[in-house]
Design a protein around this ligand. Structure first.
Ligand SMILES: Cc1cc2nc3c(=O)[nH]c(=O)nc-3n(C[C@H](O)[C@H](O)[C@H](O)COP(=O)(O)OP(=O)(O)OC[C@H]3O[C@@H](n4cnc5c(N)ncnc54)[C@H](O)[C@@H]3O)c2cc1C
Length: 418
């Protein structure tokens, strides 16, 4: 027997569950199929930062040169596992093509609009009775150890101001006044007051429970294996728990989306970029404002009774192994910037790794497929998928219902690299 559903969403991460929320709100009957548990992918242990401040796309001038230098050092913030992988080489070639000023200038207003709209939606979601996900609007404090790093940070702040994001350049004394709870061994910083943070797994988990109460059908342990198509329609979605038939299908499979889309003969150039987090019991000396240890690219986020350190970006395919050296690099960076915090001696709650779904130009894939009339693609959010979760969900719901999306999505066309 085939399971029937009006809308079938593949993937129970922040993107899939947010899409399910906005579709359920429109009175649609939604089924979510998730191969593991809800929120077991990248949406689980990330840094939880909601960041209009991150409106510069990953593909930007200078990134390649910096990446090549870092590649030699397995404890650096960025690492490519050396291997001959055709998809990786194709992706890197496209990434190189997008690392230019014109692309950055074109992408920043798009990422800004998405991030600010999403923040507004988070504020609305935080008022729902059954949702309490540690949402706090305290900004983000980027701190720098080197003059060179600070110079780059101030330049980026100027770029941000040009697109209307508020910034404040701070001296070490200003930093201490703003965040007196921990000492920072730094030369200066940039404060982004519009940023916010939350506890990501709590957000996705509670939103999933909320929509289940409203009638959504969420199926963990249900892995998509392939599809049956007829002409320009996805007819059947084949899973480990049987076949599903739906009028509309949404692909929100994070880093796994490229593999899933292959069965539909669709090319989605996504490279998984592994990152790690270390969550500890909240120490006595604990920042209340999230910090970015800028040169080391490590985020420090207070989350309720815990404190989380997250970072590193490693292109190693769909490999979820934990490299202890890279975890140690995060621990070392923390004590280097914040001498009051010695991660090794704090009460460990969890070491985690996740795969960020990265597109070659640093912009998500969001839109309807031109090949299949009933397929919508929503993936490739890289480092900002939590930030953009609600707005992506709202836009997916508009696309699925054939409404005009509230934001121009032409730059996010999922087939732009085909
Ligand atoms: C260390 C780290 C720190 C980060 N910090 C931040 C941050 O501070 N702010 C921010 O905005 N973003 C951050 N991110 C990025 C963010 O986590 C991701 O962009 C976001 O979680 C992607 O959401 P998603 O729903 O697309 O993917 P996922 O959460 O990975 O969800 C995809 C889901 O699809 C499921 N799936 C896969 N294949 C199948 C299949 N065949 N059948 C059924 N289900 C399937 C997976 O099990 C998974 O649950 C961070 C990421 C990392 C790794």
């Amino acid at each position: 027997m085939k399971h029937q559903s009006e809308i079938l969403i593949i993937g129970g991460g922040v993107v899939g569950i947010s899409s399910a929320y906005y579709l359920t709100e429109q009175g649609r009957q939604v089924t979510v199929v998730e191969k593991g548990e809800v929120c077991s992918g990248s949406s689980y242990g990330n840094a939880g930062l909601l960041v209009p401040s991150h409106s510069v796309p990953l593909a930007a001038p200078g990134v390649i040169q910096k990446g090549l230098r870092w590649m030699m050092n397995p404890e650096s913030p960025f690492y490519i596992k050396p291997r001959l992988d055709r998809e990786l080489l194709k992706w890197l070639w496209k990434f190189r093509g997008a690392c230019n000023e014109r692309h950055v200038r074109k992408s920043m207003p798009i990422l800004r609009d998405l991030a600010l709209a999403s923040l507004q939606l988070f504020e609305e979601l935080a008022t729902l009775d059954d949702l309490e996900f540690g949402f706090e609007k305290r900004g983000l404090l980027m701190i720098f150890k080197t003059e060179k790093g600070l110079k780059g940070g101030v330049e980026e702040a100027h770029l941000m101001e040009e697109v209307g994001i508020q910034t404040q350049v701070l001296s070490p004394t200003d930093i201490h006044q703003l965040e007196p709870n921990v000492r920072a061994n730094v030369v200066g910083g940039v404060f982004y007051p519009q940023d916010a943070h939350l506890i990501p797994a709590r957000f996705v988990g509670q939103l999933a429970q909320h929509i289940e109460k409203k009638g959504a059908d969420i199926r963990p342990g249900t892995e998509v294996l392939g599809f049956e198509t007829l002409g320009n329609q996805v007819k059947t979605v084949r899973t480990t728990r049987g076949d599903f038939v739906a009028s509309e299908v949404v692909l929100a499979g994070g880093s796994w989306s490229a593999g899933i889309a292959q069965d539909l003969q669709l090319e989605l150039p996504i490279q998984p970029a592994k990152g790690y987090s270390i969550t500890v019991k909240r120490p006595e000396k604990c920042p209340v404002i999230p910090l970015s240890l800028a040169e080391a690219k490590v985020a420090v986020t207070p989350m309720g009774e815990t404190l989380r350190f997250a970072g590193t970006l490693e292109l190693a395919g769909l490999d979820l192994s934990i490299n202890r050296r890279r975890v140690r690099a995060i621990e070392n960076a923390v004590s280097d910037y914040l001498p009051d915090i010695d991660v090794e001696h704090l009460e460990l709650i969890e070491i985690w790794r996740g795969l960020r779904p990265c597109t070659p130009d640093g912009l998500p894939f969001l839109g309807r497929s031109s090949r299949y009339d009933n397929l919508t693609i929503a993936t490739g959010h890289a480092m900002i998928g939590v930030s953009l979760g609600p707005i992506t969900g709202q836009l997916v719901s508009q696309l699925v219902m054939h409404e005009k999306p509230g934001i121009d999505l032409s730059a996010l066309n999922p087939e732009r690299f085909s």
